[in-house]
Design a protein around this ligand. Structure first.
Ligand SMILES: [Fe+2]
Ligand SMILES: [Fe+2]
Length: 131
């Protein structure tokens, strides 16, 4: 079962960018499958670590483009990226310290952030820069 389903509200209105975000969500779902079920091939720690790394790589690419193009809202956009990475780190800490992890909490953290960030900051960025 998928952890996150693609929703129309995630769309930034640019097919290439939506495709990249769909791939990111696809990857999260694949990792989730590897971590859950009876024959789980991946620990919760590795699962969260991999997602943190892939999300960070996606952000690093966007931030590089913004710097190169001297994007006017770079700082604000980067801060919002850091907000999600911090939230994922908090979830990782919670697992390390309290052995607490909840699919529901993690899914809703990602979904809330995706539906806000994609349609506001990413949509503006890609329309503004045309990349
Ligand atoms: Fe993005
Ligand atoms: Fe972004």
């Amino acid at each position: 079962m998928s952890m996150i389903e693609w929703k129309d509200e995630f769309s930034v209105g640019i097919p290439d960018v939506d495709h990249e975000h769909q791939q990111l969500i696809g990857l999260i779902n694949e990792l989730h499958n590897a971590m859950s079920g009876k024959n789980a091939a991946m620990t919760v720690t590795d699962f969260l670590g991999e997602i943190h790394a892939h999300v960070a790589a996606h952000f690093a690419l966007e931030e590089k483009i913004m710097r190169e193009k001297k994007y006017d809202q770079y700082e604000d956009h980067k801060r919002d990226h850091e907000r999600l990475l911090d939230e994922i780190s908090d979830i990782m800490d919670d697992y390390e310290e309290n052995a607490f992890y909840s699919d529901e909490v993690f899914t809703s953290t990602l979904e809330h952030w995706f539906s806000d960030h994609f349609k506001t900051r990413d949509a503006r960025l890609h329309k503004h820069l045309g990349v």
